[in-house]
Unconditional design. Structure first.
Length: 711
């Protein structure tokens, strides 16, 4: 096609742009592929979609540009807002260059009045995910007027027939609660202002026709790959197309471009699918798994010490815990909070990353050496972005805090969970944290860091200006520098659980901790909805104690272990206190996890649709096998349960279906079909998909695991 029209098409997704001008290219289509078309076809399509002509009322933009502006006649939220000398500046973009191929396009434009250069890149990457990024650079002469960037957001249009919107809400220990609403009228935004996406993070804005379903339906969604404050936006205006988009939330004056400065907005992932929520997830999972830094080794079975010992660190007991972990099949032992200088509770010592010799008189070296001797990886907990006022570093460097000093003197203070934030955009603070962690990683041979972040950022100030953007950029750089120095080091993103589980943090980390809740009933849905973006190998899912410390709910061990299979499995439990039968069950589970993880962590995640809201079913389908975890979260509505139909199988092949009871048997009531009680059956994939398996009448909070093997 000529430069007048740009068609991007790959992996079942198409984008069509009209770049004939004036101004920025207009988006004629984003969604299903349109196939090979001629310039004449594109021109005819542009006419078919064109605005009214005089004397009609709509004399301005009908098709929106890659950055819709008020000056285009766009009545929704502008794609960007700029200020010069405190006054809103209306840029007039002249395109200076377009570089395009079949999968990507970069548009360069300039605004003469402000000397700003705009760059917009859009490309279809692995899985069919369309990534869009905007950047602004000040090309003016020295002394030219600076320009403030209030926001710079990526947007794409969706069909105006979309009538529902899926976003998310939540709280600590109950993250990723889906919120389905009618498509809101007008220009609306969801924002997070916590210095992290937060437990109530909207995660994505997903537009659809009718209520979203797992297996069916067209969806258009956007997610911002950014780990701090953000805006998710929807524009359902009556005189133009519907838009979705996202961008970084900036405070006034936070980004000020002087001559020579540049601001690169976070990348936004736009996902179209015709195959429902599972199709949406599959596209993002495919993109993640195609990255060169995606974990290639098997995901080890973990034991984390937090809910085993909390702050009660005793070297002998923790060494014994490590030895028991090795006996039952654990592959990674992680020492959590409480190991460093003065850290006997959560009110002190953050920032002093030095081993507490009053608790660990010989340091952590003997424990790390014993863990390695036992054939396990050794992990350690840090909270590198935080600082306690009761710490040596805060006493020596009070200027290293990311806070307005006047508020620190206020009688109510600004602490959150008794802690404050280290200004990592300060080069000296950055060097301090990097140096202390780097030294311990090298000295102990640390294989894994649990990187925690346990508070919101409040009124962040760096060098007298809002500091959220600079802080997050520094965090990314710090993690990248650590892993550059220690290429085998893996890092988990934990933020009071699941408050930072975005695609931005996963550019520099290797997995996320989905929630501080190990209550398996809560975890069934937390894992399910975290999986909309992240494949199971990137999501920590641990077996906690019999009674959950976050909910008080008591659950059976088989249920907790079945739920752990939904992710990157592990334990957060004092397994030294387990009875002999529990220890035996844990050992069997470890072997089962190692057997099934290639399927779970490499297959396609699918969710068989069941009517009764008490059911939860998650399937992982690979080429030759599948694993299905079936659970209940409440009592069933019917005495005779419905059938489980399994999507994704090869319908032309036969499968052996086994109930894997190594973790223990699920308890059930009146009805249990023969295949379930005997534990095995063979059926063609076509029957498993179309007719299904009669489910037993499980009691509430019960689960079982199916293992399918192609014959």
């Amino acid at each position: 096609m000529t430069p007048g029209f740009i068609r991007l098409e790959s992996e079942g997704v198409g984008v069509l742009l009209d770049a004939r001008g004036p101004g920025l290219p207009h988006v004629l289509h984003w969604g299903a592929p349109v196939g090979a078309i001629t310039d004449a076809d594109a021109d005819a399509l542009a006419k078919a979609l064109s605005r009214q002509t005089s004397p009609g009322t709509l004399d301005a933009a009908w098709q929106v540009s890659l950055s819709p502006q008020e000056g285009d006649g766009w009545t929704g939220r502008p794609g960007m807002q700029l200020r010069r000398d405190g006054v809103v500046h209306h840029a007039r973009w002249d395109v200076t260059g377009i570089d395009a191929d079949d999968r990507s396009v970069t548009v360069q434009a300039r605004d003469a009045a402000s000397a700003l250069r705009l760059s917009i890149t859009a490309g279809i990457e692995a899985g069919g995910v369309v990534w869009v990024q905007h950047a602004l650079a000040h090309d003016g002469e020295a002394g030219a007027t600076s320009v403030d960037v209030d926001w710079l957001e990526a947007t794409l249009p969706v069909p105006s027939t979309t009538d529902t919107l899926l976003t998310f809400d939540g709280r600590w220990t109950r993250e990723k609660r889906p919120v389905v609403t009618p498509m809101p009228a007008g220009a609306t935004v969801r924002q997070t202002r916590r210095g992290r996406p937060g437990h109530d993070n909207p995660v994505a804005a997903i537009a659809g026709i009718g209520a979203p379903r797992w297996q069916h339906g067209a969806l258009w969604g956007v997610h911002l790959a950014w780990s701090s404050d953000l805006t998710t936006r929807v524009d359902r205006v009556t005189d133009a197309v519907t838009l979705i988009g996202a961008g970084e939330l900036l405070r006034p004056g936070e980004i000020r471009l002087a001559p020579g400065d540049e601001y690169r907005a976070p990348r936004a992932a736009f996902v179209y699918t015709a195959e429902g929520l599972d199709g949406f997830a599959h596209r993002v999972h495919t993109w993640l798994r195609a990255r060169p830094q995606h974990p290639s080794s098997v995901r080890p079975l973990v034991l984390n010490t937090w809910e085993a010992v909390y702050f009660d660190h005793d070297p002998d007991r923790l060494t014994a815990l490590a030895e028991r972990a090795a006996e039952v099949g654990i592959e990674r032992f992680v020492l959590d909070d409480g190991w460093f200088q003065g850290r006997r509770d959560d009110s002190t010592s953050l920032g002093d990353w030095v081993v507490d010799r009053t608790v660990w008189p010989d340091g952590l070296g003997p424990l790390a050496a014993r863990v390695h001797e036992l054939g396990m990886q050794f992990g350690l907990w840090f909270e590198p972005e935080m600082i306690s006022l009761d710490s040596d570093v805060a006493r020596a460097h009070p200027d290293w805090l990311l806070h307005d000093g006047g508020h620190l003197d206020h009688e109510k203070g600004l602490s959150w969970r008794g802690q404050y934030v280290m200004d990592l955009a300060n080069p000296d603070a950055y060097a301090h944290v990097l140096g202390q962690i780097d030294a311990l990683v090298g000295e102990l041979g640390i294989d894994f860091i649990k990187w925690d972040h346990n508070r919101d950022l409040v009124e962040s100030v760096h060098d007298g200006r809002p500091g959220g953007h600079a802080q997050m950029t520094a965090v990314y750089e710090l993690i990248a520098e650590l892993t550059s120095r220690h290429p085998s080091l893996e890092i988990e993103s934990c933020s009071s659980g699941g408050a930072r589980t975005d695609l931005g943090i996963l550019e520099v980390t290797d997995r996320v901790w989905a929630s501080d809740s190990n209550d398996p009933v809560e975890r069934q849905d937390i894992q399910r909805w975290t999986g909309l973006l992240l494949p199971p190998e990137l999501v920590g899912a641990h077996v906690g104690p019999t009674t959950s410390h976050s909910s008080g709910r008591t659950t059976a061990l088989p249920y907790r272990m079945a739920t752990s299979l939904l992710g990157s499995a592990g334990f957060e439990w004092d397994i030294l206190s387990c009875a002999d039968d529990e220890t035996a069950a844990i050992t069997r589970f470890a072997a089962l996890y190692k057997e099934l993880r290639p399927i779970v962590h490499g297959g396609r995640m699918l969710h068989p649709e069941l009517r009764d809201p008490a059911w939860r079913a998650t399937a992982f389908v690979a080429d030759e096998a599948a694993v299905v975890v079936v659970a209940t979260v409440a009592s069933l509505e019917d005495a005779r349960a419905e059938r489980l139909r399994l999507p994704g199988l090869d319908r032309a092949r036969r499968y052996r279906v086994r109930v894997r009871r190594e973790i223990g048997a699920a308890e059930y009531g009146w009805i249990a079909p023969e295949w379930f009680t005997t534990g095995e059956i063979e059926l063609p994939g076509s029957l498993l998909a179309e007719v299904g398996l009669q489910l037993p009448t499980l009691w509430p909070v019960q689960a079982f695991v199916l293992h399918l093997e192609a014959l």
